[in-house]
Write a protein that binds this ligand. Structure first.
Ligand code: NAP
Length: 255
């Protein structure tokens, strides 16, 4: 009985930013637990590689190239998913961008627009569109990949931190409003994980040493270490949890 609580058999899951990194790990994990995947990011090549991995282990996935900063592209993602699978059970808002590293006072308006458009507005628009489909079904799970930076601003990543704090509130607002329809909305706030996104941090020996030295677990995360929490939050194992963000930071916030 308890093993089945984690089962995602037959569920249709959209994972944005699933061509690599944390999004890829979540997509692979969902597939292993039985879900059918909609892989979405800008570039088809990376998505196809993940689709092939899923198919070679007996799973099912389609790729829909999507730009999370473009409302038309987001509409297309939902329309194509509905055309192919006819429903959406799980949404993971994972795609994010950060084109700027430095003092926030130097961040340009265009940097602000890009980060907020992709990390915040994109997640808002996709949550609205998918939320309407889930309301019809009276069930669904939405998971936002937030960040430790939403809780404690990351030096050099000011606008990004602001966008993630906003995503945290998207989680709470939609959890409050959609709970009555059986829809749960939760978040995951990873600490530093070894992906392309954060290479400027872990790829610099000095910065990595500094980060690791104050982490209770004494190391940074690998992408698959975030996937288990995503399975938990998408499954019946977390059926009474909504409106929360689980921090997966190797103990960073207690250091
Ligand atoms: N790595 C960390 O240390 C860390 C820590 C805390 C939180 N996070 C969060 O974890 C999530 C995943 O990041 P990651 O570390 O796994 O990064 P990653 O390996 O660089 O992957 C980012 C993914 O997002 C996609 N993407 C980027 N811009 C996009 C856009 N405008 N529209 C659609 N897709 C887009 C990328 O594919 P395309 O290039 O094909 O679009 C890729 O699939 C992000 O929300 C990030 O903020 C990461």
């Amino acid at each position: 009985m308890y093993k089945e609580m984690f089962d995602l058999s037959g569920k249709v899951a959209i994972v944005t930013g699933s061509s690599r990194g944390i999004g890829e790990a979540i997509a692979l994990a969902y597939s292993e637990f039985g879900a059918k995947l909609v892989l979405a990011s800008r570039k088809l090549e990376g998505l196809n590689t993940v689709r092939e991995k899923i198919e070679s282990s007996g799973g099912e996935a389609i790729c829909i190239p999507t730009h999370m900063g473009d409302p038309t592209s987001i509409e297309n993602l939902v329309a194509e998913t509905m055309k192919y699978f006819g429903t959406i059970d799980i949404l993971v808002n994972n795609a994010a961008t950060n084109p700027f590293f430095g003092p926030t006072i130097e961040a340009s308006e265009s940097v602000w627009d890009k980060i907020i458009d992709v990390n915040l507005k994109g997640a808002f628009l996709l949550t609205k569109a998918v939320g309407k489909i889930m309301i019809e079904k009276n069930e669904g799970c939405i998971i936002n990949i937030c960040s430790e930076a939403a809780i404690r601003p990351m030096p050099g990543l000011g606008v990004y931190s602001i966008s993630k704090a906003g995503l945290d509130m998207i989680t709470k607002v939609f959890a409050q409003e959609l709970g009555q329809y059986g829809i749960r909305v939760n978040g995951i706030a990873p600490g530093l994980a070894q992906t392309k996104f954060s290479k400027a941090l872990w790829g610099n020996e000095e910065i990595k040493k500094m980060v690791v030295s104050r982490l209770p677990l004494g190391r940074i995360a690998q992408p698959h270490e975030i996937a288990g929490t995503a399975v938990f939050l998408a499954s019946r194992a977390s059926s009474f949890i909504t409106g929360h963000t689980i921090v997966a930071d190797g103990g960073s916030l207690v250091s």
